[in-house]
Design a protein. Structure first.
Length: 131
């Protein structure tokens, strides 16, 4: 969703339109700021349906380093068709994240530059950008 920048940002609304995950491969949709391509190094806000029968999604963020999930922090749960508003901003190596009308959360990272990326697995998701 753009070129890498030392002040990258992305904001908008994210929701699942349809999920078709399995226990082995759960439905997941995310928007994040990454350096070096999607899911290499960065921070991503994630909607996750842990089990295919779940009517609720886990909303959290994950930190990726070297292409691997370094940390996942659940923030809340929402019903399956809920749209969440997300704001992500990179400034001085930290990613600031704001979910819906909550406060800002600062996540330290080794990022120097980043660009916004969307990812969807085992489902169909919609992201409507504020920009």
């Amino acid at each position: 969703l753009g070129r890498e920048s030392s002040s990258a940002s992305v904001s908008g609304r994210l929701r699942f339109v349809k999920t078709h995950g399995t226990e082995a491969w759960p439905a997941r949709a995310g928007v994040g700021l990454f350096q070096g391509g999607a899911e290499n190094m960065g921070v991503q806000l994630v909607l996750l349906q842990p089990l295919a029968a779940d009517a609720q999604l886990v909303v959290g963020y994950r930190v990726l380093e070297g292409g691997r999930e370094f940390r996942f922090e659940p923030l809340t749960r929402v019903s399956l068709n809920t749209s969440v508003r997300v704001h992500l901003m990179l400034k001085r190596g930290a990613v600031s994240l704001k979910l819906d009308d909550g406060g800002w959360l600062s996540i330290p990272t080794p990022l120097k530059e980043a660009s916004a990326h969307l990812t969807v697995s085992s489902g169909v998701a919609e992201f409507v950008s504020d920009e």
